[in-house]
Design a protein around this ligand. Structure first.
Ligand code: MG
Length: 442
């Protein structure tokens, strides 16, 4: 180096050193003013105030009064999610920063090496949503503000109407519409059979080669297609109608079903296919214009990426905790926007109120929001989870308190422990079979 250059550097050195010192001082001042919280404890609230088992993670930090809640509810295997949190994620996380959500999610996701299963994803979701809650409480903002703020004042929600026959379904839909619902899901029962979300009335169970609940796809298809046409005629063109096949028919039957109800102009047809048969969505797309929703059983990007990027569905139905929480699902929402797919996050009774709040905050902040299932919490559950979303005239409203805006009465939750459940299955589902004894997907 030439002497002149060395002299220039020597002249600059005090200035550089001064700038570095000032930056250091700013960092230290910021750190003194708002120190990074550390994870002090990770605990589980396991409660069953209603029919389903709810699992919620609580993360407490080393800062007084700074904590958060996240939904980890996989009600059919709830007892397995609890040790995944307590025995694996808790020791992995205690002492780590509570304000690095993305980094924490990636570290947890990778820490099992094998991943993308519902038990581990739910455990991670509990942690992830609790960290978003903490971030909101730190900022003094609801989570939807952290996501960019509201795109709309409230989120349209739908209710599910079921009946043993078409007349009951139409009657129920009219009642829902009078309560302000602009979207109504219609499900009809099949006499003597265990159809999804609808009883079969007083009819005798058909003769079968076994003693388990029965279901025959053909009987259901004939009844459901007829019901949807008659309901549209009775309810008018304006109300948005939805229907869930719940993956109960074969791929070939699903393609035909979507074609047969094209004139009904459904808001969407849900779960026409099972995750094992996703490639058949292309055939439905090629043959009709029925809007399609899919995804409540998805756990992995390998499942949702092809459907979104090839524009094979219209609504993504992921169950946010099953996919690992808000962190991955806000990315899915943004991905969907680029491909013209809207969101319709799964929100039945087996999502905890924290999970419902997460759904709603993402609904409010996503431009490509479609519709929200469920989210109306009443009774003891609303007493345990104070601050749950409220319903008015077909819309769900979030409160504006920081984080999810929900405080959990943990003492009250403890009064409702898990119960053994029907047939002692600990929340697991029983089997449903065709007349000959073949198991069907539920
Ligand atoms: Mg469904």
């Amino acid at each position: 180096m030439r002497r002149r250059d060395l002299l220039s550097l020597a002249a600059l050195a005090p200035a550089l050193s001064g700038r570095r010192a000032a930056a250091q001082e700013r960092t230290e001042r910021a750190a003194r003013g708002m120190p990074s919280p550390k994870i002090k404890d990770v605990s589980v609230i396991a409660t069953q105030p209603g029919g389903v088992r709810l699992v919620v993670v609580k993360i407490t930090t080393d800062q007084d009064g700074l904590y958060g809640y996240g939904c980890a509810t996989f009600t059919q295997r709830a007892d397995l999610v609890v040790p995944a949190i307590e025995k694996y994620l808790k020791p992995f996380l205690v002492g780590k920063p509570a304000d690095r959500i993305e980094d924490t999610w990636q570290a947890c996701y990778d820490s099992s090496y094998w991943k993308n299963g519902p038990v581990l994803n739910n455990a991670i979701s509990g942690v992830d949503q609790a960290l978003w809650d903490i971030k909101g409480r730190q900022a003094g903002m609801p989570v939807y503000q952290l996501l960019g703020g509201k795109c709309r004042e409230a989120a349209a929600t739908y209710t599910s109407v079921s009946g043993a026959d078409t007349a009951q379904v139409i009657e129920g839909a009219k009642r829902a519409m009078s309560q302000g619902y602009k979207h109504v899901r219609l499900q009809v029962g099949v006499p003597g059979m265990s159809a999804y979300a609808a009883g079969g009335g007083q009819a005798d169970r058909p003769k079968a080669l076994h003693d388990r609940p029965v279901f025959e796809p053909k009987a259901y298809i004939l009844r459901a297609v007829k019901m949807l046409h008659e309901a549209r005629a009775a309810l008018g063109a304006e109300v948005e109608l939805l229907h869930d096949i719940h993956e109960r028919v074969s791929p070939r039957e699903a393609v035909q079903f979507a074609k047969d109800v094209e004139d009904v102009k459904l808001f969407y047809l849900e779960d026409a296919l099972s995750p094992e048969d996703l490639t058949y969505f292309r055939q439905i797309r090629e043959q009709c214009n029925t809007a399609l929703a899919m995804g409540e059983l998805f756990n992995s990007p390998h499942e949702w990426m092809p459907l979104i990027s090839e524009r094979l569905i219209d609504y993504i139905r992921i169950h946010i905790s099953q996919a690992g929480g808000l962190t991955p699902c806000r990315k899915v929402a943004i991905l969907c926007e680029q491909f013209g797919v809207k969101t319709a996050w799964h929100g039945p009774g087996d999502v905890s109120p924290i999970g419902h709040a997460c759904n709603l905050h993402l609904d409010l902040a996503s431009y490509n929001f479609g519709v929200q299932e469920g989210g109306i919490i009443r009774g003891v559950e609303a007493e345990i989870f104070k601050g749950v979303p409220t319903y008015k005239d077909g819309y769900l409203w979030a409160n504006d308190s920081p984080g999810w805006g929900i405080e959990v009465d943990e003492k009250l939750a403890a009064k409702y422990p898990f119960r053994p459940g029907r047939d002692g299955l600990n929340g697991g589902w029983g089997d449903v079979r065709r007349l000959d004894g073949t198991v069907i997907k539920q």
